[in-house]
Design a protein around this ligand. Structure first.
Ligand code: ZN
Length: 216
């Protein structure tokens, strides 16, 4: 449990990061805790863009990183758009930080995780060397078709739901800013090809992290 100081025992999520170690320094007693500062990889996109399919298909095939779907921790208590869902994303970053201590970066799949302002302001953000964002995008019509093709129980055929996700899909396509969001257009791509492209992106980003650690 990294947030509890090994020397004074006080819980502080807001440790001071010394990249030289890297160390997480306790603000109470100054204890320097060495840790692995790995990147966090985010695969995002609107509902229907293909995140879940890719996550499911790659989870058993990629061993260089730990792939997780952010929906697994979702609960109604986390539903606070007014705070950018802060508690939810602090929980996720804390979990990813702890998983990273085993030496493999996490690839987090989720819609909200792909909005940089949801993550970049979190206290736990400091424990990652970088955040790499990839968004799966497609044309409005193909997003709509994919949502309409899902089983009724998922509620994605509802006109309001489709409209909301078309807007979100456009937001990813039009986003310009820092940090950068890389985009992968899946409109005319077969699922196998999308899976392979995302796998290549993960290998590249995780490979950079390995090279960075070896050179230290
Ligand atoms: Zn301490």
């Amino acid at each position: 449990m990294m947030n509890v100081c090994f020397q004074c025992g006080i819980y502080r999520a807001d440790k001071i990061i010394d990249p030289a170690g890297p160390f997480a320094i306790c603000p109470e007693c100054g204890f320097k805790h060495p840790f692995l500062q790995l990147p966090l990889l985010i695969v995002s996109g609107a509902s229907g863009a293909g995140k879940s399919t890719v996550c499911q298909r790659l989870t058993s095939r990629i061993t260089q990183a730990v792939l997780l779907d952010s929906d697994i921790l979702w609960r109604s208590e986390f539903n606070s758009p007014e705070t950018n869902y802060r508690e939810y994303f602090e929980t996720w970053l804390r979990l990813c930080k702890n998983i990273s201590q085993s030496g493999r970066p996490v690839v987090l799949f989720g819609a909200g995780a792909g909005v940089p302002e949801n993550l970049e302001g979190c206290i736990e953000r400091r424990y990652f060397s970088a955040m790499h964002y990839l968004a799966l995008v497609c044309s409005d019509s193909s997003l709509s078709e994919r949502l309409q093709a899902r089983p009724v129980w998922r509620g994605t055929r509802d006109a309001k739901y489709i409209e909301e996700h078309i807007r979100f899909n456009r937001w990813f396509k039009e986003y310009v800013g820092e940090p950068e969001i890389e985009r992968l257009d899946t409109t005319n791509t077969l699922p196998d090809e999308t899976v392979a492209q995302v796998a290549a992106w993960i290998h590249k980003r995780a490979g950079e992290a390995d090279a960075d650690r070896i050179s230290r």
